[in-house]
Design a protein around this ligand. Structure first.
Ligand code: ATP
Ligand code: MG
Length: 433
């Protein structure tokens, strides 16, 4: 276990190399290079955040983040392959081919006098609009979100520094916000999403005080730009723990903030197909990620919004007196417009989603040359997967249809011709009757 000696001159607990399991071999070589170079130039530099947390848990880190007392401009002078990014948080990105090492300057405390200046800005609701006050490592630690994300690793002596009790929480399996949860969620409501994301990803408990304000403060997510919420939604649902995360998002009333167009249907008539398809597509996505298969957010969202679109189509038919096909197109536009105001699904994805949805209708009509044309459609495979998922949920005629398409796509070209001929015959017979 770890030694918990308080450092005599500072506020942290130091864990020497022989008392933790982090070895240099597990750390990205590029991150080590950046740390060395900063140290050599006389700056303090540490690995921090998710990478340290994950290494301590024996998991493979997604990326390696560094924090330092060098300012972004000073960092830029040291590294040729450096780009400064971000407005809300100014950061240096050091580029090594595909790998980017993110280097952030220690964040400082927010002095209210300083707020409303160019360095730091707060909205009326207490939200931080800009956070570019630099400070010491102690201040940096308490500006971070969770105790388990505020652990620092130094290359000088390979020791760990724990400023906020992160090691104990890691051992207890607790997600705990640093500071007053109300204030921290108000400063940045996305932290509520991060709470449930880490609870699901790390299979940890949310500490009681950290959990308590979420349901009440969830509506603050309305103040977050739609583009940022889209990025967060992918981290929540498409990184391998989507199903567990979804359950928590619902429990904490966060799901309804992210997906208003879906939530309306949940509350209106408790559509059980809707719940089932969301659970199914998330379980499938988790399974694919666990098996290193590719996943596409367009498919995930196509499944999410299928039943809301059908529901909206029926409403539009009744209220607007439109034909089903026209009402369907109107419904796609309406549902996406409502959704994208809150969570900006990019156009390149909504256009694929539209193709997948329209193919659901087209796949019902297979006579003549139609089935062959559908099979050639680049979105056929995704559309078939959605059809199959709907069939497993709705049962009935859809099961027959999905079975037919399953056979049709995998059989020989000769057999396909026979399959369609059979269909044409039954079609004519029905027509005569
Ligand atoms: P992962 O990358 O595995 O999703 P992470 O903890 O590295 O998890 P990042 O989004 O990469 O998450 O952020 C890196 C670090 O920056 C975090 O560990 C945390 O210390 C800090 N951080 C990120 N977002 C916030 C936030 N909204 N408020 C406060 N600190 C944050
Ligand atoms: Mg990270």
């Amino acid at each position: 276990m770890f030694c918990h000696d308080k450092h005599p001159e500072s506020h942290y607990v130091s864990i020497p190399r022989n008392e933790h399991n982090i070895s240099r071999k597990e750390i990205s070589e590029n991150a080590l290079k950046v740390l060395h170079r900063l140290n050599k130039q006389g700056y303090e530099a540490y690995l921090v955040g998710g990478c340290i947390r994950d290494l301590l848990l024996g998991k493979k880190p997604k990326d390696f983040d560094i924090t330092t007392n060098a300012t972004p401009e000073q960092i830029q002078k040291i590294f040729r392959n450096c780009r400064l990014v971000g407005r809300r948080f100014r950061l240096a990105h050091i580029m090594f081919g595909k790998e980017i090492i993110e280097v952030a300057t220690f964040r400082g405390e927010h002095d209210n006098q300083l707020d409303q200046t160019n360095m730091s800005r707060r909205s009326q609701a207490g939200m931080l609009l800009r956070d570019n006050v630099y400070g010491t490592i102690e201040q940096d630690a308490i500006r971070r979100d969770f105790t388990i994300n505020a652990l620092y690793y130094s290359l000088k002596d390979f020791s760990l520094r724990d400023y906020c009790g992160g090691i104990t929480d890691l051992q207890k399996g607790l997600i705990r916000l640093i500071g007053d949860p109300q204030v921290r969620y108000r400063e940045d409501p996305v932290r509520m999403l991060r709470t449930v994301r880490f609870a699901a990803k790390l299979d940890m408990e949310i500490e009681a005080q950290t959990a308590k304000p979420i349901k009440h403060l969830a509506p603050l997510l309305k103040n977050i730009p739609a583009a940022r919420l889209f990025d967060e939604s992918l981290k929540l649902l498409q990184t391998g723990n989507g199903y567990a995360t979804y359950k928590l998002l619902k429990e904490y009333h966060l799901f309804e903030q992210l997906f208003p167009a879906i939530n309306r249907l949940f509350t209106n008539n408790q559509n059980s197909f809707l719940e089932k398809i969301i659970e199914q597509v998330l379980k499938n996505t988790d399974y694919r990620i666990a098996n290193n298969k590719r996943v596409n957010p367009a498919f995930l969202f196509a499944a999410f919004f299928w039943y809301p679109i059908i529901e909206q189509t029926q409403l539009t038919c009744i209220e607007g007196g439109l034909q089903f096909h026209d009402a369907f197109s109107v419904a796609i536009n309406d549902v996406l417009a409502e959704q994208c105001k809150v969570l900006a699904i990019p156009r390149r994805l909504t256009s694929i989603m539209g193709d997948i949805w329209r193919l659901q209708l087209r796949m019902k009509k297979r006579e003549g040359k139609r089935a062959f044309a559908i099979l050639e459609n680049p979105k056929f495979r995704a559309a078939y997967d959605l059809l199959e998922m709907r069939a497993s949920i709705e049962k009935g005629e859809l099961l027959e249809l999905a079975k037919w398409w399953d056979e049709f796509q995998f059989t020989s070209p000769e057999k396909r011709v026979i399959m369609v001929k059979q269909l044409n015959k039954t079609f004519k017979r029905k027509g005569k009757r």
